[in-house]
Design a protein around this ligand. Structure first.
Ligand code: GRF
Length: 222
């Protein structure tokens, strides 16, 4: 009998702390998935070690070896499709993806972004949040579409911005929330409760608001 546990490929570029949170959750009923491969665009990153320690197949598609984005993305598609995943998870994957790549996986490609989207898309989100004087910051899990950091939002978690915060302190507070919300959104997808339909997110057949759901403690059990 074919396995009904959804298979997931995770793409990383670095430390892989989100990857670790997803691996840990996948070993419990918090996130019923089978991580079939972890692929990095950089060799020698900590995330690859984390995957190997968990006995997960790893691969590297080094973007510096390709002529352009299009060629890199085509090579990445070939690698990913070899594993026939139900879901592709970007976990600290620091590459802008081409429209061809995104369209190939539309509806089964998720990302986490360290800001309360639509605020602060792009890089250096914590520094920018501090400079702008917002009192709340956070993280967002969203489906990926061709608009960078602009895809429909599934789940957000907020943290307070404190007066004396430095960017690393704020980043740590946000990262802690990332580790809670990413496995949860993946769980909903794995349970077939979550889908992207016509550029809108549906959870249990209900259309979510534009900024997705707000994470609250205890949601994991729902
Ligand atoms: C996270 O803040 C993620 O949202 C961002 O890059 C950071 C990567 O962290 N895209 P890690 O590699 O998961 O530790």
């Amino acid at each position: 009998m074919p396995s009904t546990t959804p298979s997931v490929v995770i793409l990383i570029s670095g430390s892989g702390s989100n990857l670790q949170a997803i691996i840990d959750a996948s070993k419990t009923d918090k996130c019923p998935i089978n991580i079939v491969a972890v692929i990095s665009n950089r060799p020698d990153v900590k995330g690859l070690e984390r995957a190997q320690q968990a006995n997960i197949t790893t691969d590297v598609v080094d973007h510096t070896l390709f002529k352009d984005r299009e060629e890199f993305d085509q090579a990445l598609i070939q690698k990913i499709d070899h594993y026939q995943p139900d879901l592709i998870v970007l976990a600290g994957f620091m590459r802008i993806l081409t429209a061809n790549f995104v369209e190939h996986y539309i509806g089964r490609l998720m990302n986490i972004h360290p800001a309360l989207l639509p605020n602060f898309p792009g890089l250096n989100t914590h520094e920018r949040a501090l400079e702008s004087g917002v009192q709340e910051h956070g993280a967002s899990v969203h489906f990926v579409t061709t608009e960078v950091d602009g895809g429909p939002i599934i789940l957000q978690a907020s943290v307070p911005v404190k007066k004396q915060d430095t960017a690393p302190q704020l980043a740590e507070r946000v990262l802690h929330q990332e580790h809670l919300i990413y496995p949860l959104a993946i769980k909903w997808f794995a349970e077939k409760r979550l889908r992207l339909d016509n550029n809108q997110v549906l959870l249990d057949q209900q259309t979510l608001p534009e900024t997705g759901l707000n994470y609250a403690q205890g949601m994991e059990n729902q």
